[in-house]
Design a protein around this ligand. Structure first.
Ligand SMILES: Nc1ncnc2c1ncn2[C@@H]1O[C@H](COP(=O)(O)OP(=O)(O)OP(=O)(O)O)[C@@H](O)[C@H]1O
Ligand SMILES: [Mg+2]
Length: 327
């Protein structure tokens, strides 16, 4: 077995369900849309579909739509004729043409400019297109797989992504869950990366059971890619495990409860400010009400709000007067 192959796509019930779908659709030419956070393994899934399809002997061509300047993307995808633009000294085939007989994997599809979305939709109808700056029509025979980590539905409502293209790509949708929702895979993945990096860097590192436990509990907002890099560091650095432990410990002391870190990171500054303001308001309200023995008219005068506003605030903060408190 070569070490750059990833045989670990079946480590959890969620991933096994995805594998079953892959088996069912690999041999069809259905377009597949792969969704999931960054680092969950979308590229691996795309390759797995290709590898299980009748096209496995053909090319697997990946185009990262976010990595190519928008102005060059059309020629990158569909190629250009000689003289199509300044600097086009010869005819250049596009990635669609290179994918003939195989699979074209369009990564970060949400980054495709609207004009190109229209052209792609058109091409997906009959797999015929013209090269940039040309007249001749070309026909290719390829399967298209697209992937994104963006909220495509939101892009639709904002008019950033064409609805017709969305439905055309979305014949089969595979949602790859984040690693924190399939934690049972972590020990196996960690051991697998360990073996791979030990072989690659000529080391004999072992992971202690404590480290494995910590790895299993870590939130992994960067998903499998983050885990892979964490294990790589542990193999490369003499004190790699301690470095990880220190990072984890640091994350924990900064947090009150266990599942905290992921929440803190995803909360925007505005939300944090709002929450802080709400808490401060609640505290002041409770103090004043206590002081005036829940005389609401007096409290509203002290807090300089109308009686009605005060009642609303009391309800919003879920404060109850001692008289009505259930003991
Ligand atoms: N099940 C797995 N087994 C082994 N390695 C994996 C697995 N899943 C992901 N990886 C590794 O994690 C890294 C990220 O995976 P991949 O590039 O497929 O993620 P992605 O979802 O395409 O991320 P992005 O949205 O950033 O493009 C890769 O190095 C890949 O080899
Ligand atoms: Mg990817």
């Amino acid at each position: 077995m070569t070490t750059d192959r990833a045989p670990l796509l079946d480590g959890s019930p969620k991933m096994r369900a995805i594998l079953t779908i892959i088996e069912n659709i690999a041999d069809t030419d259905a377009t597949v849309l792969i969704r999931g956070e960054s680092g969950v393994g979308k590229d691996l899934v795309a390759r797995a579909i290709h590898a299980q399809s009748g096209r496995r002997a053909g090319p697997f061509v990946k185009v990262n739509c976010a990595a190519i300047p928008p102005g060059l993307l059309e020629s990158e995808l569909f190629g250009h004729e000689k003289g199509a633009f300044t600097g086009a000294h010869r005819r250049k085939p596009g990635q669609f043409e290179y994918a003939h007989g195989g699979t074209l994997y369009l990564d970060e599809i949400a980054e495709l400019p609207l004009a190109l979305q229209a052209k792609l939709l058109h091409v997906l109808q009959d797999f015929r297109f013209t090269l940039v700056g040309g007249q001749r029509e070309l026909a290719v025979e390829a399967r298209v797989i697209a992937a994104t980590n963006r909220d495509l539905e939101r892009a639709l409502t904002r008019g950033e992504f064409r609805e017709d293209l969305y439905y055309r790509l979305n014949v089969v949708e595979l949602r790859i869950p984040p690693l924190r929702e399939r934690r049972e895979e972590i020990p196996k993945l960690a051991e697998w990366f360990l073996a791979r990096f030990n072989a690659q860097y000529g080391r004999q590192k072992q992971l202690t059971p404590e480290t494995l436990v910590r790895l299993s509990q870590h939130p992994w907002s960067g998903n499998v890619r983050e885990l892979e890099n964490a294990v790589r560091r542990m193999v490369l650095l003499t004190d790699g495990e301690q470095v990880f432990e220190a990072q984890v410990a640091h994350g924990r002391t900064g947090q009150a409860a266990a599942p905290g870190p992921a929440r803190l990171v995803t909360e925007s500054l505005r939300e944090i400010a709002r929450r802080g303001a709400r808490e401060a308001e609640r505290k002041a309200l409770a103090e004043v009400l206590e002081r005036v023995r829940w005389n609401r008219a007096a409290a509203s005068r002290i807090l300089k709000v109308s009686y009605k506003t005060l009642l609303n605030k009391i309800a919003a903060c879920e404060l109850t007067s001692p008289a009505r408190r259930v003991v």
